[in-house]
Design a protein around this ligand. Structure first.
Ligand SMILES: NC(=O)c1ccc[n+]([C@@H]2O[C@H](COP(=O)([O-])OP(=O)(O)OC[C@H]3O[C@@H](n4cnc5c(N)ncnc54)[C@H](OP(=O)(O)O)[C@@H]3O)[C@@H](O)[C@H]2O)c1
Length: 229
C-alpha cells in the first residue's frame, strides 16, 4: 500500500490530488489545522487518517506530531497547503510577512524534518507545490513570492542532501488556478473572477501525479503548469 501525507487536502489543488489518490486505493494521512477540520476531512475522504497541526505555528508542529499517531511508512509527502496576502512592500507588516513565511516555507521545512526518517525508509518522494511566483516576483507579490522563492531553495537543498538516501524531490509551479485562493487574489486585485480563464485544479493534480508516478529510474525536479488558452 502506498502511503501519502498531504497538506491542504480540504480545498482546491490539495482536494483534487487527495481525491485522485483516494480513488486508486492509496493510504492517505491528511494534515488539518484543527480537530474540526480533521473531522470534515475524515468525512470527505472515508478511510483517510488525519494529523492535526497548524501550519501557521511551525514551532509547535514537533510537539503536535509527537502526541498523535503517525504513519510508520511514508512514500510521499505532498506539501500543498498555502496562503497568499498581496500588498506593496511599503504596506506589508511583519505580521503579514511572518504568516506567509510560516505556512508556505517554515512549516513545510519542519514537516519534512519530522517525517524524514519514514521517507528515508521508503526511499520516498517530497513534492512541494510552489508557484510561478516562486520563480518571478511581481509588484504586490513580495511576501508570497519571497515565501515561494524560499520554498524552491528548500526543495533544491533537500534534493542535494537526500539524493544519497534515495529521496526524490519535486517542485511544481502552477500558474493561476481556479480555487478559493484565486478568488481571494482577485478580490485583493479588485478584478472580476472568471474561473474559466484559469487552470482547473484537476489539471494541476494530474501534473503532480505525473511526477509522483514516474518510474524510479528518473526524477522530475521542477515542473511548471500554466493556464492553457
Ligand atoms: N490557486 C492558484 O492560483 C495557485 C497558483 C500557484 C500556486 N498555488 C499554490 O497551490 C497550493 C494550493 O493552493 P490552492 O489554490 O488549492 O489554495 P486553497 O484552495 O486556498 O487551499 C489552501 C489549503 O491550505 C490549507 N491551509 C492554509 N493555512 C493552513 C494552516 N495554517 N494550517 C493547515 N492548513 C492550512 C487550507 O486549509 P483550510 O481549508 O483549513 O483553510 C486549504 O486546505 C498553495 O501552496 C498555493 O500557494 C496556487
Amino acid at each position: 500500500m502506498t502511503t501519502h501525507v498531504i497538506t491542504g487536502a480540504g480545498s482546491g489543488i490539495g482536494a483534487a490530488v487527495s481525491r485522485r489518490l483516494a480513488e486508486r486505493g492509496d493510504e492517505l494521512w491528511l494534515l488539518a489545522r484543527d480537530a474540526g477540520r480533521a473531522k470534515e476531512l475524515e468525512q470527505r475522504f472515508p478511510g483517510a487518517r488525519t494529523i492535526v497541526g497548524d501550519l501557521a505555528l511551525p514551532e509547535k508542529l514537533s510537539w503536535a506530531l509527537g502526541h498523535q499517531a503517525l504513519p510508520e511508512r511514508v512514500d510521499s509527502l505532498l506539501h500543498i497547503a498555502g496562503v497568499v496576502e498581496l500588498g506593496p512592500v511599503g504596506e506589508l507588516t511583519p505580521k503579514v510577512w511572518n504568516q506567509q513565511l510560516a505556512v508556505n516555507l517554515v512549516a513545510p521545512a519542519e514537516l519534512t524534518r519530522l517525517l524524514l526518517p519514514q521517507l528515508r525508509h521508503t526511499r520516498g518522494q517530497v513534492v512541494f507545490v510552489n508557484s510561478g511566483a516562486g520563480l518571478r516576483a511581481n509588484g504586490q507579490w513580495a511576501g508570497y513570492a519571497a515565501s515561494k522563492h524560499g520554498l524552491k531553495a528548500l526543495a533544491d537543498a533537500l534534493r542535494a542532501e537526500e539524493r544519497g538516501n534515495g529521496l526524490r524531490v519535486t517542485s511544481v509551479y502552477p500558474g493561476r488556478t481556479a480555487t478559493p485562493m484565486q478568488v481571494k487574489v482577485h478580490q485583493q486585485e479588485g478584478e472580476e473572477y472568471d474561473p474559466a480563464r484559469w487552470a482547473d485544479p484537476e489539471s494541476v493534480a494530474a501534473t503532480l501525479l505525473t511526477a509522483l508516478d514516474l518510474p524510479r529510474d528518473a526524477e522530475i525536479t521542477d515542473l511548471s503548469v500554466r493556464p492553457g488558452s
